[in-house]
Each structure stands twice: as structure tokens, then as C-alpha cells.
Design a protein around this ligand. Sequence first.
Ligand code: DSN
Length: 384
Amino acid sequence: MDKIFDLIKKEEKQQKELVYLIPSENFISDNVKAALGSCLSNKYAEGYVGKRYYQGNKIIDEIENLCQERALKTFGLDENIWGVNVQPHSGCEANLAVYNALLEPGDKIMSMYLPDGGHLSHGWQTEKRKITLVSKIYEVEFYKVNFKTQVFDYDEIKRQAQKFKPKLIISGGTAYPREIDYEKMEQIAKEVGAYYLADVSHEAGLIAAGVLNGPFKFADVVTMTTHKTLRGPRGAMIFAKEDLVDSINKSVFPGLQGGPHIHTIAALAVALGESQTKEFKKYARQVVKNAQVLAKVLIDEGLKIISGGTDKHLVLIDVGLGNGKRVAEKLEDNGIIVNANTIPFEQSSPFKPSGIRIGTPAMTTRGWKEDDFEKIGKKISELI
Ligand code: DSN
């Protein structure tokens, strides 16, 4: 047998034994896995439903159609108002496709500051260097959380937007533990004449389940990855208001990507079907309950929690200047998988950040409840 299968077996065993607390990870169902590993991987289907560049795609069209229908239903969207593109291979490509559709090179983007919990695909540069392609193509400025409260001050974001005059404002990130006020973000965007893109990659499953508010009433475009709280295969979706759908579609293909990964689209359709069940809603509620219990235990144990708690699936702990990696490694030695993360107003580097980020989605899928998170919270504090 190919050595790769030995390694997969080893990884499978490890995934059953260790405690996975990275907030962007989850465990897919056997049905999602079956679709992902199916014969659909063999097929090229460049183009869209009914307009393919290759023959033999009638069944593929049915699959992509069903995935789109389920995506709109999952988020309670009217197909006359919203369209969805299920082809992006990843969150980065989904966001890049949105910029390519709405902006011209040199246009201005305002997005969340990476060390405060933003994302690379929303642009990243330092004073010396433009690090991401997005920052090379567009002029990006970042908004930050308030120094004292560690949460957004929307009046401050508004003042900054009035001065910078972006053409696109983005909300969303990877380590912001609080709900975003999408209505306020929309008001700011409207006032300065910008498009509003809400990237809800981390929260998608919680929004689908109705546990968190969604941005659909307020945003022009919504992007999300599909493998985090939504518990699908790795991939992404772009939801856009009807008048923008055509340019978004053209931007994904042929603008940016070639053939869509139909096996991934089928697996996503399966996951979206699962997300509409009562069990999934219960799961999503438990994810948040577990995170809030975890935050409370860590606070009770004397640790510094960014923003003093969480509204969703993740907790960010300040473990002291430059200590994040050391703590993450220590936890790994004890079978607990977390990631080192920057914290607001980080004084160290991304390689040696001062925080660790802990999330509940994966272990909640494994059936963990409040008492399990109470125990692991105590163990983490002890190890820190
Ligand atoms: N890498 C993901 C995360 O961990 O949040 C975001 O892309």
C-alpha cells in the first residue's frame, strides 16, 4: 500500500486522540467526506450551470444547482434578491474575486487590522513592505479595536472612513471574539459611498443556525469559507445582491479561477443540507455555550481574556509578551492543539505573538459539553 495511506491512518488516529481547539477547524461528517472523495473529482466543468465549456456536465449542473439552492435556503435568502457563487476554491480567492468585480486597481479598501484579528486576504502591509497581493493592487488602510475596550468603536471607524474615503469597507476576521454590528458598518459604508463586504468565514455556521445575527440585511456582498463552523469541505461561497451577481460570477470564472471543484461543491451541498437540521442548530448553540463557559473558567483562573469574554466560538488569551508560541507548544506536548495568535496592539511579532486563540467548534462536534470545557479550561490555565 502507498505510504501515504499509512500516514493518513496515523493522522486519523491522532485526530481521534488529541483535543482540537483551533477555532477555524472542525470535523466533517462521513457523508460530506464521501462526496468529497467521490468520482466527481474526475470532471472538468468550467463555466456555470447550463453554460459549460466541456460536455458531459448535465449531472454536474444538477449538483451545482442544488448546492446554490441549499446555500440560499440555509441563510433564508430570497433568490430574487440574492445570488450565490459556490465555485471559489478558498476564502482568499472568494475575496479576491469580489475586489476584482467591484474595484479598479488603485482603489481604496478599508479593513480590519491583521494583528487585531483581521485576515491576510483583506490586505496586509507594513510601513516597509506590501506583503499581500491585495495590498499591492489596492490601497488598503486598516481600522483597529479600541485600546481600552479591545472592541470596535464604530464612531472612530466612521471618522476614519470619512477621511480615507474607501470604495470598499470589509468587516470580519479570524480572532475578534465579539459580534460585529453589521448595521453600523453598512451605515458607515453608505455614508462614504463604499460597497460593504461582510466576510463571515468564522461565523457562517452560527449564522446559518440563527445563533448569531447575519449581515445579509446590510451587506452588498457576503463571503464565507465553508469548513469552519459551517462544518463543510474546504472551500468558499460568495453571496451577492442580484445587481452584482453577474460581475461577481465573471470575476470568479474566467476572471480568476479555472475549473470548479465539483467534488467540493457536492460535499458543500451535503453540509448545507446538514446545516438545516435541528441537530445542527443544537450543535451551534452548544458551540457558543461552550466558548462562554471556557472564557469564564479562564477568567476565574486569573487569565487575561481579550475583550473580557466572547459572543461566539472563540476565546483569545493574552499570555504575555511574545509567549504565544511557547504556550501553544506546551499545550501540544500535553495533547491540546491551539494556535498562537497576535492580540490587539501586539508588541511582539507574528512568529512570536503574545496570545493564544482557542475555539470550541471541533470538540463540540465530538460531543463536548460545558463540563468538558470547564475541565479543559482548568487544565489549560494550569499549563500556562
Ligand atoms: N486560517 C484561518 C484561521 O485560522 O482563522 C483563516 O483563514
